[in-house]
Structure formats: C-alpha cells, structure tokens
Design a protein around this ligand. Sequence first.
Ligand SMILES: CC(C)(COP(=O)(O)OP(=O)(O)OC[C@H]1O[C@@H](n2cnc3c(N)ncnc32)[C@H](O)[C@@H]1OP(=O)(O)O)[C@@H](O)C(=O)NCCC(=O)NCCS
Length: 185
Amino acid sequence: MLKIVDMKGKPKLRREAAELYAEIFKEKPWSENFRPEEVMIRMGEQCDGISPSIMLASVKYGFKRRKVVGFSWLYEIFQDDLKEGTRYSPELKFLFGGKKRVFYFQEVGTKKEYRRKGIGEKVIRKILKKAKRAGANSIVLSTNSNAKAARALFSKVGFKDSGIVRPATTPKELDRTYWILELEN
Ligand SMILES: CC(C)(COP(=O)(O)OP(=O)(O)OC[C@H]1O[C@@H](n2cnc3c(N)ncnc32)[C@H](O)[C@@H]1OP(=O)(O)O)[C@@H](O)C(=O)NCCC(=O)NCCS
C-alpha cells in the first residue's frame, strides 16, 4: 500500500528521504554526490523556518516494514530572496505583482525501481494542492533540459518552461531554466 505522508516532525522519515535523495541525484544528468547529512541540513534550512513549507514522502507499507520510495518539498519565497547567484533570480520579480505569494518547488524524486507507476505524479499533485490551500499564487522550480522524465512530469501537471535561465552557481552544477505554474485562487 502506498501512502503520501507529511515528513515534518518525523526525523526517521526525513533521514530515509535524505538517503534516497543522495541515491537519486547520483544519476545523470545530475551526477551529484550529496551526503544524506547535508541533505538533512538543507531540508531543515528550507522547511523549518518561519515561512510556510510542505514536505511529503511517498511510503510503501509492506507486511512488517515501511519504505520511503519518493519525496517532494516546497516552501514560500519572498521578493527579498531574489538575488543573482542564488536559486532565486531577480527576473522572477514579476511573479510578486499585486501581493502575490510565490512558492519554490525544491525537489521531487522517486526511487528507481518504483518509477513509472504514478508515484511522482501523485506526490506532486498532493503538494500543489496543499500549496494552493496555503495561499500560493504561483509555484516556481528550475530544471535542466536533459532531465527528460522530470520535464514530462512537470508539463503534465501544468508547469510551463519560462525560458528564464538560472545559471549554474558552481562548476559542477547544471544550467537550468525556471518553470512556472500559476494557480487560480
Ligand atoms: C521525475 C520523476 C520524479 C518521475 O517519477 P515517477 O514516479 O516515475 O513519475 P510517474 O510515474 O508519476 O509519471 C508521471 C508522468 O511523468 C512523465 N514521465 C515520468 N517518467 C518519464 C519518462 N521516463 N519519460 C517520459 N515521461 C515520463 C509522464 O508524463 C508520466 O505520465 P504517464 O505515465 O501518464 O505517461 C523520477 O523520474 C525521478 O526521480 N527522476 C530523478 C530525479 C529528478 O530528476 N527530479 C527532478 C529534479 S528537477
């Protein structure tokens, strides 16, 4: 049985999700080498602050054991966060017009053996619904042109590639473009 559950206040689930994150982002095109500890720290920095955030894990429940097979998280960003050289480009300023609230979709991943079973779509649809309920007017993410599966998933749930470039901030990082989903509230 698969359930999408809140990771907040659940350190064991978070730890497992961070381990899965490190495993998944070793894959191409990302070819990253994260340690689960640093992923845990980043999760905390992005989601445990005062701004609203949502962290979900996809969990498979077996006879005796449960296993994290996917994750996703997002958080609110503010106009003051938009700075060159960060993941939030000043070019995103237009999204904040008329006191609009913007959330940054940070991550989504499904364990390799569990892909193409609808898990990624389920978690993303749930997180978007929760973000809308929390008052988001638009959701932004950034991704690389070689991340084919992710791009297809983002298109399917309504994101559009804005063409605005987010340059790599380290030599290892890939160039990305921002994708935007406007929500009707
Ligand atoms: C992107 C990812 C989360 C998709 O997870 P998933 O659980 O396999 O996705 P789903 O089974 O829910 O697929 C939903 C839709 O996404 C698209 N999709 C998913 N995988 C795809 C693939 N390999 N090729 C083409 N389209 C794909 C399809 O439109 C699919 O709908 P369909 O099954 O009706 O055709 C997964 O491939 C992954 O973890 N990739 C590595 C991490 C990553 O790149 N994250 C994004 C960083 S920006």
